[in-house]
Design a binder for this molecule. Structure first.
Ligand code: 26Q
Length: 798
């Protein structure tokens, strides 16, 4: 059966399917069913509607002999999938109706699903948006990653301090994965390499199995469904009977416990690389399993390995799967007997690499000790790759292996056909900085693909009010062709339309206000400007610049409480890596400031500060539609792209931001007059760092900044421990690497312009609407089309 011939799903069909799954898949009656049972039954009923298109996609790819794309990523931050599936299959009305009839609340049922947090932040969420766009475009593709038992830790606060608890998404039932016990590969680690008649033979010391779990990813309208295949580590022999027979029951279960360690937990660091052996094991584990799976599929269709580059494109999401280079060479050369140069050439024809950061501390390197112990054969192959590259490029001075470290960025670059950055500014900086020499040697390799976000999740699904207005205005073609949002532009000066736009935002803010009240006991003024900064906590993202401005703002309101202040609610959310103590101090400072400022009756109705715990995809979906102002205030040159910035603009929240990452392109598109720009450019940042005592000079030149810093240092926000933030104050008034002080005055100026602009409500609505109308280019559909054309040479089949 073709998907096109599937019967239309009515509310009654869906209700019957839910009841049938409730009985036959979960063994429950409506009387005994709990929320989770209903959620699972609904999920299965929706999932059933994907299966035909899923089979169909595989068949059509095979029949067309089409090139396949494989996206290798340590992280897929997919969040909840039920509502996304319902929206993409256009079953929203039917699902609401069916649940209604069964006496159930839709929001309650979809809200029961755990948020799959198999990623840290931007890079993982980008991978999830890409999977959805790949399906929407009908590009034959598969995502490969790790089925972590524990995703990103859960964050709570104790006296303002971040506490971490393990995340346990798999303890709740999960509707979306199909276990594939038959798709299992043996992955080796350690051991030694011997020479057998001139042939290298690797004998690993330890082996584990990688078992596949498949999740279907449906594109818009369910016309095409790709697979996310996550690998789970299992012992080769799950139970040691000898130990058991000796009475050593714990020892008997050891092999399984040890093997499973590899896929146990997501590393919670998104910048500082600590060179941990388990991390390298994870990287090799999933990459090797993916490559074996890719070659098995290729072998089932073709018999000439020379065809690989024309049938297979592999995308490495940062350097985390960089071991794919040497591993693919090993599979082709050692295991299949191709000459080394041919193996290397074929691998280079298949592999591509996306760089997501220029921060030196985030560039992956492994000590040759750790690398060689775990992957002895791969270390030899790395050296051969290095030698081959040196021979072909006698002028080069770098090498992959230098200072007793294996440099994964260099390895990825050399093994890739194309290397891409994630925004125009970032790609330019890649060429000038970390990859300067390699770029000079291979000027055709680096290409830009500015990030994007899926409009299905980040507008249609999370913001139904704005989506309805858009569809009423320009019909529903925008969902698959987001640049059509520009057709809204003629309406922004129409008062009636503009009122409807403002009404959607107002209602979203009212929803957020009641949720804040119900779940956190927080009272906010829905008339205030909702000013939101949500992202991982990092010094370069400068949440401390934001809170310093809030302190100065509070002090100024107290100086002149009767002035005409524009009321503001400042909302923060974000997790800090558990070992990143400075970032954790910033969280605590924001919480302390919130406690003091929110308790001040003199300023209470003018300024409120909130730090919401446990930021995740679901919380982002709740906050972004209610935002008035998007904080994108990183030190210029440090944020590779950002993707939250795009979600806010799309949902009608203008940006206050620096010329960093994709902010540059957002500003070009929405128009400078609809963007609150401040701060130094990347070039000015470099120049400013060279100025002696730049922080002290900035503080002396700005009494507001001096006073805010003094309040922190005097313990105004930590009365029982006045020197609690001595470290922050010292950092900012001394080294201030991220130039918080030097950018403060201009940030203050931009924020006061925001106040003034927000006071003219109809002008503000126009600005918000223009942000929506002009953000269509930031769809991940556009990004994926770019990858298909410029990197993969792949075609869509829908
Ligand atoms: C590396 C080694 C060991 C442990 C952890 C890591 C690690 C893990 C995650 C290093 C980096 C990350 C994630 C990086 C990331 O999210 N980068 C962001 O990528 C987004 C998508 O391109 C951009 O929009 C952001 O600007 C960028 O910061």
């Amino acid at each position: 059966m073709n998907i096109a011939t599937l019967p239309v799903v009515s509310r009654d069909n869906l209700r019957d399917a839910i009841l049938s799954h409730l009985a036959y898949s979960f063994g429950k009656t409506p009387e005994t069913a709990q929320t989770q049972d209903w959620r699972m039954a609904l999920s299965y009923a929706v999932r059933d509607r994907m299966v035909e298109a899923w089979f169909d996609a595989t068949r059509r790819t095979y029949d067309a002999g089409a090139k396949r794309v494989y996206y290798l990523s340590m992280e897929f931050l997919i969040g909840r999938l039920l509502e996304d599936g319902i929206v993409n299959l256009q079953l929203l009305d039917q699902a609401r109706g069916a649940l209604d009839e069964l006496g159930l609340d839709f929001a309650n049922i979809v809200g029961d699903e755990p948020d799959a947090a198999l990623g840290n932040g931007g890079l993982g969420r980008l991978a999830a948006c890409f999977l959805e766009s790949l399906s929407t475009l009908g590009c034959p593709a598969m995502g490969y990653g790790i089925r972590y038992e524990h995703g990103l830790f859960q964050q709570s606060f104790a006296e303002g301090r971040q506490m971490e608890a393990p995340e346990t998404w798999l303890l709740q039932r999960h509707a979306w994965e199909f276990e594939r016990p038959e798709s299992r590969y043996r992955i080796g680690f350690g051991g030694s390499v011997s020479d057998e008649a001139g042939k290298a033979v690797w004998t690993p010391a330890v082996e584990v199995d990688a078992e596949a779990f498949d999740t279907p990813i449906a594109g818009w309208q369910g016309k095409w469904v790709n697979t996310l295949r996550l690998w789970s580590a299992r012992a080769v022999h799950p139970f040691d009977l000898d130990s058991f027979n000796r009475g050593d029951f714990e020892g008997a279960a050891q092999p399984e416990a040890l093997a499973r360690t590899i896929s146990r937990v997501l590393y919670p660091d998104d910048t500082t690389e600590q060179g941990k052996e388990l991390r390298l094991k994870q990287e090799f584990f999933f990459t090797a399993a993916a490559l074996r799976d890719i070659l098995r599929r290729f072998d089932s269709e073709y018999d000439d390995p020379g065809l690989l580059p024309s049938k297979v494109a592999v995308q490495l999401n940062d350097t985390h799967p960089a071991i794919a280079g040497p591993e693919l060479v090993r599979l082709l050369h050692d295991e299949r007997g191709l000459p080394f140069d041919d193996a290397m050439g074929i691998a280079q024809g298949c592999l591509n690499y996306t760089n997501h950061t220029l921060l030196p501390e985030a560039l992956e390197t492994w000590s040759e000790g750790v690398f060689g112990k775990l992957l002895p054969r791969h270390l030899q192959i790395v050296d051969r790759i290095d030698d081959a590259h040196a021979k072909a490029n006698p002028s080069r001075s770098l090498s992959i292996r230098a200072d007793h470290q294996v440099h994964m960025g260099e390895l990825s670059f050399i093994m890739a056909n194309r290397v891409n950055g994630v925004s125009a500014l970032h790609t330019g900086l890649m060429k000038e900085t970390v990859f300067e020499e390699l770029h000079a040697l291979h000027p055709e390799k680096i290409v830009n693909q500015t990030n994007g976000v899926t409009p299905r999740r980040w507008l249609l699904s999370c913001n139904p009010r704005l989506s309805s207005l858009i569809t009423d205005t320009i019909s529903d073609g925008w969902v698959a062709d987001l640049e059509r949002l520009q057709e809204l532009e003629p309406h922004v000066d129409d008062a009636a339309w503009s009122d409807r736009y403002a009404e959607a935002k107002r209602a979203n803010k009212a929803d957020l206000a009641s949720w804040l009240s119900d779940t956190h006991g927080l009272k906010v003024d829905p008339e205030a400007i909702f000013d939101i900064q949500i992202k991982r906590m990092h010094e370069y993202k400068r949440q401390h610049l934001n809170i310093l401005e809030a302190i100065a703002h509070w002090q100024e309101i107290k100086d002149n409480p009767s002035a005409d202040w524009t009321p503001r609610v400042k909302i923060f959310a974000g997790k800090a890596a558990p070992g990143y103590f400075f970032a954790k101090d910033i969280i605590r400072l924001i919480n302390d400031v919130a406690r003091v400022v929110n308790a001040d009756p003199e300023t209470r109705d003018k300024l409120e500060v909130i730090f919401l715990p446990n930021y995740n995809v679901t919380l982002a979906e709740r906050l972004i539609p209610a935002a008035d102002l998007s904080e994108q205030i990183s030190t210029a040159g440090k944020e590779a792209s950002g993707t939250g910035n795009m979600k806010f603009a799309l949902n009608g929240a203008p940006t206050v931001g620096t010329l960093d990452g994709a902010n540059v392109e957002i500003r070009e598109r929405v128009g400078a007059e609809n963007f609150f720009l401040f701060g130094m450019t990347a070039d000015e940042v470099d120049a400013r760092r060279a100025v002696e005592d730049h922080a002290r000079k900035a503080i002396e030149a700005d009494p507001r900044l001096a006073r805010a810093l003094k309040a922190i240092g005097d313990g105004v926000f930590s009365a029982n421990e006045p020197d609690r933030y001595a470290n922050i104050v010292e950092n900012l008034s001394g080294h201030d690497y991220f130039l918080v002080c030097s950018d403060f005055s201009d940030y203050w100026r931009a924020q006061r312009e925001v106040d003034a602009a927000f006071a003219d409500r109809s002008a503000w609505t126009r600005m918000a609407a223009l942000n929506t109308a002009r953000s269509g280019w930031f769809s991940s559909d556009r990004t994926i089309r770019g990858y298909m054309a410029d990197i993969w040479d792949a075609k869509g089949l829908v």
